[in-house]
Design a protein. Sequence first.
Length: 132
Amino acid sequence: MRTFVLRLALNALALLVIANVVPGIHVEPLSALVAALVLGAVNAVVRPVLILLTLPVTIVTLGLFLLVINAGMFGLAAWLVPGFAVNGFGAALLGSILYWMAGWITSHFIHGGRRLRGRHRVDVIEGHVVHH
């Protein structure tokens, strides 16, 4: 639970930073928390369905269509959350890329290089996988 709250807070902070860096993205501080939560839900529920439905296009474009799907999820979250606005596809694309990068960095620091597989912790030490 603590990890969830920490990740939510850091993702909300990332949204605030992204809104200050990318023209066309606006988010109010309280809305950033709600938007981070909605983005997590949208990426967990809607994104996999869209990826499955657009698999042929994704294969033909060698995966680049996933960027369009990610931008769409970012825009969908903005549409659902009052106080979070994304103006245009370019802003959604850049915002989704920066949000992904922030999430990747957040995960790396929260887990400290450790990954979870199933119920077992897995450490990667000097290129070797150590199961616990």
